[in-house]
Write a protein that binds this ligand. Sequence first.
Ligand code: NAI
Length: 267
Amino acid sequence: MTTNRILLTGAAGNLGRVLRETLVEDCSILRLSRRSLTGPAGAGEEIVPCDLADAAAVDRLLEGVDAVVHMGGQSVEAPWDVILQANIVGAINLWEAARKAGTKRIIFASSNHAIGMYPRTTRLDHESPPRPDGRYGLSKAFGEDLGALYAFKHGISCMAIRIGSSFPEVRSRRMLSTWMSYRDLTALIRTGLTADYLFEIVYGVSANKRSWWDNSNAERLGFRAQDDADVFADEVEGKGEASEIAEVLQGGAFANEEFSGELEQLL
Ligand code: NAI
């Protein structure tokens, strides 16, 4: 199934650049959005620069869009005002513009940092409530709830993907559990674009032997991960975390940052 026009936000980012190469096959027109305009549009593409925090610009951005792959936003921990503009105001602007434009579906890049304060020994699934490990993680939990509001109330279907660590290769022991290959990420987004659902939470993770997450909800929707981080196990043998908190909690270094609680209470 191809969609007429897909909007990819965050098109200049790490994952946006990967998805730009593949999503063009899934639609008649791939609209690429990024904060500033650089480089020409390729065949089947159009480029619309837009700051997600600018509501009027986001309204224009969504005109004629059937589905959104929402990768744009602040992608690591930051002060409140940065998170607020990029991930809270930006997400509100996006969903509200989608409602006005009649957009049918939004695939949302949520994050493992929405659940980062769970211990690594707790196996989570799509029904596990958020336990954010910082301001960034909280903004992702907000995005999930925003997606649910607009799905159940306005019929804009939403797949919120709690992405683990999507990079070309595994860089640490933690990523033996959280890694998602670009090939699997693309496949999961394709599942998100084509499956029949209203609102779903899934995990953005490859078929890692050491995964902390039960991703049967994604499988139920048709996703089959092909890669396993364990092929990198020897290379990351000595690459653990810098503190006990980071080693024990799912969010790793993000969970450790600014931590002033009692680790025992979390186990
Ligand atoms: P990235 O930081 O490389 O890309 C995000 C893009 O969004 C950047 O190009 C940035 O300029 C843009 N952006 C930020 N604020 C914006 C605003 N106000 N208006 C318009 N654009 C804005 O991040 P990456 O790695 O490509 O991640 C994509 C998405 O996936 C992000 O939402 C991130 O939070 C999420 N994610 C990524 C993971 C990963 O392993 N790469 C893990 C978990 C979640």
